[in-house]
Design a protein around this ligand. Structure first.
Ligand SMILES: [Zn+2]
Length: 226
């Protein structure tokens, strides 16, 4: 979906939602690029929690990238948007605080085109705030679908292979799979052995602990003889 400016100084909100691996960031980057090519002033933000690929860029799983600024809160984002900015891009909207919808509304009221991408559901398939609130106030909504990594059907859920951890565990294909409704439910019923998790860690891929193999005394003695 490509929106052109309706009226001078009239803002609006576009929301791009879907599961992981559905191309949300790519779609966001594509829209922002087009605006940049048209020489519109664009500012791009992402939350501090998402530092998977780069600190100063939004990077899609397919390595498309666009420069962005990391912000700690949606209020900080609001303070950083300059008066002459025409387009505001926000990635990983689900990792922002609950003030994001109000901030986005204010920016649209000021005449900005605001584009927010994010996960609409968490790893349990529950609406991931504040995305539902953003969907309610947006003028334009795009739902992107991935392909189920188990059966190949259209997928709109994000399955976490890890059985422990809270709502936010940042990871990529090592931790998550796009799944259709059916395979998502099947996966939740089958409990597979859980890998090691760093306690309290929400980012930093957990390092496997070196396995120390202790031989029984008798076998150790036997080995010494060899
Ligand atoms: Zn499936």
């Amino acid at each position: 979906m490509d929106v052109v400016r309706h009226l001078p100084n009239q803002g609006w909100i576009e929301v791009i939602v879907g599961s992981m691996f559905s191309g949300k960031s790519e779609e966001l980057i594509r829209r922002l690029r087009r605006a940049q090519i048209a020489r519109q002033k664009v500012q791009i933000f992402k939350p501090a929690v998402d530092t998977r690929y780069a600190e100063d860029a939004i990077v899609s799983h397919s390595e498309m990238r666009i420069a962005s600024r990391v912000v700690a809160s949606s209020r900080t984002l609001l303070d950083l948007v300059e008066d002459d900015t025409e387009v505001v891009g926000i990635d990983e909207g689900q990792f922002f605080d609950q003030d994001l919808p109000a901030v986005v509304n204010e920016l649209a009221d000021r005449g900005k085109r605001v584009i927010v991408a994010g996960l609409d559901q968490d790893y349990l398939g529950k609406p991931f705030e504040p995305m539902p609130q953003l969907l309610a106030i947006a003028e334009y909504i795009t739902k992107t679908l991935a392909i189920c990594m188990v059966c190949g059907a259209p997928a709109n859920r994000t399955y976490r292979k890890l059985k422990r951890g809270g709502r936010v565990v940042v990871g990529g294909a090592d931790l998550y799979e796009a799944r259709c409704r059916r395979c998502f439910e099947l996966g939740r019923r089958v409990r597979s052995p859980a890998p090691q998790v760093t306690p309290g860690g929400t980012d930093a891929p957990s390092k496997p602990r070196p396995r120390v193999r202790r031989l029984k005394p008798r076998r150790r003695a036997a080995r010494r003889l060899r």
